[in-house]
Each structure stands twice: as structure tokens, then as C-alpha cells.
Design a protein around this ligand. Structure first.
Ligand code: NAD
Ligand code: ZN
Length: 342
């Protein structure tokens, strides 16, 4: 990060002004803005790979589409934790949502819901599937709910934070606490001895339970900034415990869908196990705009099948953001999702 960077990539707000080529929204409209910035008409966008948009690709970093509120790795575009937000490619990105229902209804269309939806669809979740979801943060919680909505017959959620496990159980998820024994064996016990048809990794490289990885992570934290950035991207802050557990827990011929973010390139992978089990792996940033038409009806009606209305655990003024970040990182006060009001 550089001093002055503005964070935030899950914004909802009211349009103040539009550029002359922006015709689908006008001042006064309520919009939610996808976290990735995409043009809607390039080679990638036409193939529903909006997170790889060729108009906004961050080529000097060899990365995909730019997104809001991140470091220079993804374009250093000022983000949404601010009173005003400038929205590039606004002829395509912003999604107009109805007046009336509270922000909570729609705000997760910017990231959490499309990410969870893509995780399930890329994982081939369908009627009768068994699905194991590693990590029960916002992405994992919603992945569980989406999997059930798409017809999964059994959803198993894995985490180590008691209130996150409890929240998943409220939605009919069978839960496994990673800190109590061999997760792979437990998942096989719950799936006729085979392992899950689909495993969703909603943890990423900040997994708990990889002591070497933790040391590497802390070491990177102590390096001078340019070196730390290089280590994160090239050397790897190797914390693969969740991904390796996913490879163990998936059934033969099953699919692992990775929405958790990974970095690094020196990580050993169990290639023989992956090959022998005939595993399919899909991954990547969510192609947000691709899934909006599927999701809008689910958040608009009164029945709220995905439980978005009560999803946020905290709503705070932007001035309290530093404390909120600390609370979220340390998983204090039951924090799962925090909404900031500028
Ligand atoms: N692909 C995308 O477009 C996209 C979008 C949003 C977020 N993400 C990524 O998805 C991941 C999850 O996001 P989040 O907001 O839910 O984060 P989060 O930190 O709230 O959730 C991660 C959860 O994983 C749990 N966990 C840690 N180690 C574990 C282990 N070894 N086994 C099982 N569970 C473990 C943690 O206790 C936590 O509850 C992050 O890597 C995030 O960057 C990706
Ligand atoms: Zn594009």
C-alpha cells in the first residue's frame, strides 16, 4: 500500500453525475458497483471473463482487470470507502437496483454474492451434489447458501471459528471444526466414503494451520516494502493448508473450485494425488457482471432466500474503519461482515 491509497471495492450509492456515454443510469439512481472494472465489449468481456477485461488489464504488472481499492498490482484505482467514488467504464459496470429496500439487500452484488455463485457454478454444483466449503467467512457462508439453493443434497462447512460454524448450521450446513482431527476423513465419513463431489476453497493463502507458512508470512511483513511485494508475488507466502485439504477431501473425479486468493510460485503441489484422483480445478476472481442476472431476483423479493438482510454483523461510520479492520482481522465481537457508511 502507498500512503493515500483509498480502500474499498464493495460500494453501493447514489449516482451524482454521469459521463456522456453512460446511458443506462442517471443522477439519483441507486447503484451497486462490481469490484472488477470491465468494459463489456472486449474479447474477454464478450466471453464472460470480465475479471480479465482487456481494456482495463493491468499490463505493467502482468495482471487481469483492474479493480477498485487495491494496490498497484491491480491498478491502484481509488476505492469506495469514501464519500464519492469515480467509476471508470461506467457505461457497463454499475448495476441499477430498486429504491426502497435497505442497502443490505443489494450491496453484496458487488463481490460476495457473485464470488459465491461463481464458486458453486465453476464447481459444477447441481441437484444431488455433495459440497464441502472450506472457510466460513462471508464468501464461504454465501457459497454454502448458494450450493443449497442450486440443489446440493449435502453441504459441509469447515472452519475453526465457533460463531462462523454456528451461523452456517443455521442454514442447514453440517459443520466440521478443522482444529479437531483429520478433516479429509471426516468429509469422507459424511459422503459415503468417497469425498465431496465439489470442494470450494473459500480460505485462500491466509489459512490457519500452516506453521511454516505463518513464519514466511511474518517474515514478509518485516521485509522492506519492495522486497515484501516481490516475495508475495514471486516467492510465495506459502500457506496452502486449505488447498491441500481440499485436494484430499474431493472425491475421485470431483471438482475443486478455488475462490480464495493465492500468491507465490514455489509451492509444492501433490501432483500425483491430483492426477491419480482425476481432479478438476477451477479458480479466479469473480466475473461479477456475468452473474448479476441470476442473482438480482434472489435479493429483490421479500423471501430473501440467501439471507442477505441480516448478513452484516456491524454497520459503522467510515471514521471508525481503522478499528473495524482490526476487529475483522482478529475476528473479535463476532465480526463476519462490516458495512461502513461514509
Ligand atoms: N475470487 C474472488 O473474486 C474473491 C472475491 C472475494 C474474496 N475472495 C477471497 O476469498 C477468501 C475468503 O474471503 P472472506 O471475505 O470470506 O475471508 P475471511 O477471512 O472472512 O474467511 C476465511 C475463513 O477461513 C477460515 N480458515 C482459515 N484457515 C482455515 C483452514 N485451514 N481450514 C478451514 N477454514 C480456515 C477462517 O477462520 C475464516 O473464517 C479470501 O482469500 C478472499 O481474498 C476472492
Ligand atoms: Zn472488457
Amino acid at each position: 500500500m502507498t500512503e493515500g491509497d483509498i480502500l474499498g471495492h464493495e460500494p453501493i450509492g447514489i449516482v451524482e453525475e454521469v459521463g456522456e456515454q453512460v446511458t443506462h443510469i442517471r443522477p439519483g439512481d441507486r447503484v451497486v458497483v462490481p469490484f472488477n472494472i470491465s468494459c463489456g465489449h472486449c474479447y474477454m468481456c464478450e466471453r464472460n471473463l470480465q475479471s480479465q477485461c482487456e481494456t482495463t488489464q493491468v499490463r505493467d504488472q502482468d495482471k487481469g482487470a483492474a479493480f477498485f481499492g487495491y494496490t498497484k498490482l491491480y491498478g491502484q484505482v481509488p476505492g469506495g470507502q469514501a464519500e464519492y467514488l469515480r467509476v471508470p467504464q461506467a457505461h457497463y459496470g454499475p448495476i441499477k437496483v430498486p429504491e426502497g429496500p435497505s442497502d443490505e439487500r443489494f450491496v453484496y452484488l458487488s463481490d460476495v454474492l457473485p464470488t459465491a455463485w461463481q464458486a458453486a457454478v465453476y464447481g459444477d454444483v447441481g441437484t444431488g451434489s455433495t459440497v464441502a466449503v472450506f472457510g466460513l467467512g462471508p464468501i464461504g457462508q454465501m457459497s454454502c447458501r448458494v450450493a443449497a439453493h442450486l440443489g446440493a443434497r449435502k453441504v459441509i462447512g469447515i472452519d475453526l471459528v465457533p460463531e462462523r460454524l454456528a451461523l452456517a448450521r443455521k442454514y442447514g450446513v453440517e459443520t466440521v471444526d478443522v482444529s479437531t482431527g483429520n478433516v479429509g476423513d471426516t468429509i469422507r465419513d459424511l459422503t459415503d466414503g468417497r469425498g465431496a463431489d465439489t470442494v470450494i476453497d473459500a480460505v485462500g493463502m491466509e489459512a490457519h494451520g500452516a506453521p511454516l507458512g505463518k513464519a514466511a508470512h511474518q517474515l514478509v511483513g518485516m521485509l522492506p516494502k519492495p522486497l515484501a511485494a516481490m516475495m508475495t508475488e514471486r516467492g510465495g507466502v506459502d500457506r496452502l493448508s486449505a488447498l491441500h485439504a481440499a485436494i484430499d477431501a474431493v472425491r475421485r473425479g470431483g471438482t475443486i473450485s478455488v475462490s480464495g486468493v493465492y500468491g507465490g510460485m514455489v509451492d509444492p503441489m501433490p501432483m500425483m494425488q491430483m492426477f491419480d484422483k482425476q481432479v478438476t480445478i477451477r479458480m479466479g476472481q469473480a466475473n461479477v457482471r456475468r452473474w448479476v442476472d441470476d442473482l438480482l431476483p434472489l435479493v429483490t423479493g421479500d423471501d430473501d432466500p440467501l439471507g442477505v438482510q441480516d448478513f452484516a454483523t456491524h454497520r459503522l461510520p467510515l471514521s471508525e474503519a481503522p478499528g473495524a479492520y482490526q476487529m475483522f482481522q482478529h475476528k473479535e465481537d463476532g465480526a463476519i461482515k462490516v458495512l461502513l457508511t461514509p
